[in-house]
Design a protein around this ligand. Structure first.
Ligand SMILES: Cc1cc2nc3c(=O)[nH]c(=O)nc-3n(C[C@H](O)[C@H](O)[C@H](O)COP(=O)(O)OP(=O)(O)OC[C@H]3O[C@@H](n4cnc5c(N)ncnc54)[C@H](O)[C@@H]3O)c2cc1C
Length: 393
C-alpha cells in the first residue's frame, strides 16, 4: 500500500519514525555546533579543518549505512536517515557537505563490489574519520557522456598502468584514495572498470580549482602519468565497473534532492523573516500581496518537491527503481532551488546581494550554489533526456 504523502512536519509521522527523529536531532546538534558558526570563515578560507572528519565520525555520520563489520551502522537504518542527514546539513553549507561527505559517492562502490580485503582496507579508516575518499569519473573532455571516458588502465603483470586525467573532483586535493572510472576494455560502458588509486602513487598529481560556489569544498583536477596501480585495487571484475557506479545513482539523487529542497526552505525562511522586519512605503514588506504570493509560490514548489522526494525514497527503500522519476525529481529540486534563491534574493533587495559579514548572507551563498546542483550528479538536460527515454518519448 502506498502511504499518504505530504509534508512530514505535521502530527502524522508518515515516513519518519522515532529513529529518524532522534537522528535528526543528533545531526542538527552536530551541524549547529561544529559547522554553522564557522561557515563564513571556512568559505573565505576555501577549506575547513581536517579534524571535522574525526568529529563527524564520532557522532556516527561517516559510518551511517555502512556494514557494522567495517565500523559502520546498518541496524535500523534506512534511506530516510540519509534524507534527514542531507536536510540537516543544508543548515551548514554546500561546500562542507560536498567534501565532508564525498565518501558517500566513493565507498558504496567498494561496499557493493569490493573483495573482503578491499573492504577491510578502505572502509574502516573512512568511517573512523581518519582517511578521505573521493570518486573520480568526470574528465576534462566531458562529464555527461561518462560512457566515452578516456582515462586508460592497461594491465601489465600484476599492475595496471593508468594514464589520463579527471576534472572537478570533490575532495580532489585532500583525499587519501580515489575510486576512479577508467577504460580497461573497448568503447562504451562495457569497457569501464573502477580502480582505487592511492595518494602518493608516483605519477599521480592534483591541481586545485577555484569556483563560484561551494568555496570551502576541495575541488581538483587529477593527472595520471604512467601510474602503476596494483591489480588488487581493481573493484569488481575487469570491465564491470559501470554497474557499480550506476548502482549508487538512486540514493545519490534522492540525497541531492533532499539537500536542494532544504536550501529552498532556508530561502523561504530568510525571506519571510526579512519581509516581516523590513518596512517600505510605511508598512512591512510582507503586507504587500505581491510579496506574499512570491512566498506562497516558493512554498508550493518546495512542498511538491518534498512530497515527490519522500514518495520516491519510500519506493526505492521498498526495492523499486523508478529511474525516470528519480531523474525528474533531481530536476524538480534544482529548479525549485533556483526559483527560491531568485525570489528570496529579490525580496531581500540590496541586502540579499551582500555576503554574510556585511548582510544576511545565506541567500547570497545559496544563490551561488544553485548552479552546481543543476549541473553535478547528472545535469538537468541529461536527467530530462534520461527520463524521456525511460518514459518512451
Ligand atoms: C563543484 C563540482 C564538483 C564536482 N564533483 C565531482 C566529483 O566528485 N566526481 C566527479 O566525477 N565529477 C564531479 N563533478 C563533475 C560533474 O558531475 C560534471 O560537471 C557534470 O557531470 C557535467 O559534466 P561537464 O561539466 O563536463 O559538462 P558537459 O558534459 O560538457 O556538458 C555541458 C552542458 O551541456 C549539456 N549537455 C551535454 N550533453 C548534452 C546533450 N546530449 N543534450 C543536451 N544537453 C547536453 C549538459 O547538461 C551541460 O549543461 C563536479 C562538478 C562540479 C562543478
Amino acid at each position: 500500500m502506498i502511504p499518504k504523502v505530504g509534508i512530514s512536519e505535521g502530527k502524522e509521522p508518515l515516513f519518519y519514525n522515532e529513529s529518524h527523529h532522534a537522528w535528526r536531532e543528533e545531526v542538527r546538534k552536530f551541524v549547529s555546533k561544529e559547522i554553522a558558526p564557522f561557515v563564513e570563515e571556512w568559505e573565505e578560507a576555501g577549506e575547513f579543518p581536517r579534524e571535522l572528519y574525526k568529529k563527524a565520525a564520532d557522532v556516527g555520520l561517516m559510518g551511517m549505512g555502512y556494514d557494522e563489520k567495517y565500523g559502520g551502522t546498518t541496524e535500523g537504518i534506512d534511506i530516510f536517515h540519509g534524507i534527514v542527514t542531507a536536510e540537516e546539513f543544508a543548515h551548514g553549507c554546500g561546500g562542507v557537505s560536498a567534501s565532508l561527505l564525498s565518501h558517500n559517492i566513493a565507498i558504496p562502490l567498494i561496499q557493493s563490489l569490493g573483495t573482503e580485503e578491499q573492504k577491510e582496507k578502505f572502509i574502516p579508516p573512512v568511517v573512523r574519520g581518519e582517511k578521505i575518499a573521493a570518486l573520480a569519473m568526470t574528465e576534462p573532455s566531458g562529464g555527461s557522456d561518462v560512457a566515452s571516458l578516456k582515462t586508460k588502465a592497461v594491465r601489465k603483470g600484476d599492475h595496471f598502468i593508468v594514464n589520463g586525467s579527471k576534472m572537478f573532483i570533490t575532495s580532489g586535493m585532500r583525499a587519501d584514495f580515489y575510486v576512479i572510472a577508467c577504460r580497461t576494455g573497448g568503447p562504451g560502458t562495457s569497457g569501464i572498470s573502477a580502480i582505487v588509486v592511492e595518494k602518493g602513487t608516483p605519477g599521480f598529481t592534483q591541481t586545485p580549482l577555484k569556483k563560484m560556489g561551494w568555496l570551502s569544498s576541495d575541488t581538483a583536477a587529477l593527472y595520471f602519468d604512467d601510474v602503476r596501480v596494483p591489480v588488487e585495487n581493481l573493484i569488481g571484475g575487469e570491465n564491470s565497473g559501470w554497474m557499480g557506479i550506476m548502482s549508487n545513482f538512486s540514493q545519490e539523487r534522492l540525497g541531492l534532492a533532499a539537500g536542494m529542497n532544504a536550501y529552498s526552505q532556508i530561502c523561504i525562511d530568510e525571506a519571510v523573516a526579512w519581509a516581516k522586519d523590513r518596512k517600505t512605503f510605511g508598512k512591512p514588506l510582507i503586507e504587500n500581496q505581491v510579496i506574499r504570493h512570491k512566498l506562497a509560490e516558493m512554498s508550493r514548489k518546495v512542498n511538491a518537491t518534498k512530497a515527490y522526494m519522500e514518495l520516491l525514497t519510500w519506493k526505492v527503500m521498498n526495492g523499486e527503481q523508478p529511474i525516470a522519476d528519480l531523474a525528474l525529481l533531481k530536476v524538480q529540486a534544482s529548479k525549485t532551488m533556483e526559483y527560491c534563491a531568485r525570489e528570496a534574493m529579490q525580496i531581500l533587495g540590496g541586502a540579499g546581494y551582500l555576503k554574510a559579514n556585511s548582510g544576511p548572507g545565506k541567500v547570497e551563498r545559496i544563490y551561488r550554489e544553485v548552479r552546481v546542483n543543476a549541473i553535478g550528479g547528472g545535469s538537468e538536460e541529461i536527467m530530462l533526456d534520461l527520463a524521456s527515454r525511460q518514459l518512451g518519448f
